[in-house]
Design a protein. Structure first.
Length: 255
């Protein structure tokens, strides 16, 4: 029964992206930007890198110079896209005063939060699907390291899950979608650039290194999947989902 309720909320959230123009605009913008970077990189590879690589004994291939590059660039693009995707999750419900009705429905807070998370995550995965199709078209003219590309896409999927959870949490704190988006962008940017400030002590360096998203995403893009990196994203996602659930629990107790 609980699974059916979560599925119903997730499906409703997923469909909402296509009812309004926002979902289409996000997908079109993401596809346009990624396609431009992808085509530009292929042109660089053919006309600039390839003549130079021919002189090397063991040069990097199209997988590294085009596939990996495109996946890494997409992760940076998602720093902006994911806060926009998640900003309406609960803030719009608060603004329209429909959150009270949603909470009074015969569903638990956990089911409500998980349903929202799955729906938004499923929508965001369309971007990964578009990216995967684009990269695998390279197989027509060359051979790719499928394992490395798959590892990078898995890493991107874990990044999306983590950032979806963070965005949902900040959306639950305010009635303003723009405020939720700005705060989420700020957090993601800090975590993306965190290692830059790690210069004070060994303990601070170690802490910043662990919290830094690129330190966990980077190895996956290069084809290395480690349990410590997978656990980082799972814990990150779980933390913000729990914080969101606790937020609504606290609100219910106040009322």
């Amino acid at each position: 029964m609980a699974t059916l309720k979560i599925k119903a909320i997730a499906l409703r959230e997923f469909k909402n992206f296509f009812i309004s123009p926002l979902g289409w605009i996000i997908l079109a913008a993401a596809q346009g930007i990624i396609s431009f970077q992808y085509i530009a990189r292929i042109a660089d590879y053919i006309f600039d890198y390839q003549p130079k690589l021919a002189k090397l004994s063991n040069p990097p291939g199209v997988t590294d110079l085009v596939g990996v590059y495109t996946i890494a660039n997409t992760a940076e693009l998602l720093l902006i896209i994911m806060p926009i995707v998640t900003m309406h999750a609960f803030s719009m419900e608060r603004r329209n005063q429909s959150l009270t009705l949603l909470r009074s429905a015969p569903i638990s807070i956990t089911e409500m939060v998980l349903g929202k998370f799955i729906g938004i995550f499923a929508f965001s995965m369309i971007i990964v699907l578009q990216l995967a199709i684009m990269i695998f078209t390279l197989e027509v003219g060359t051979s790719l390291d499928i394992g490395k590309i798959a590892s990078g896409l898995i890493g991107l999927t874990l990044v999306i899950a983590a950032w979806t959870a963070a965005g949902i949490y900040f959306s639950s704190l305010t009635k303003s979608p723009s405020t939720a988006a700005i705060v989420t962008i700020a957090l993601l940017m800090i975590l993306w650039k965190l290692e830059w400030g790690a210069e004070s002590s060994d303990y601070v360096v170690a802490l910043f290194a662990y919290l830094s998203v690129p330190n966990h995403f980077g190895p996956m893009v290069m084809g290395i999947i480690q349990s410590v990196d997978v656990c980082y994203f799972i814990l990150f996602t779980a933390l913000f989902l729990v914080l969101t659930i606790r937020r609504f629990d606290a609100e219910r107790l106040r009322h």
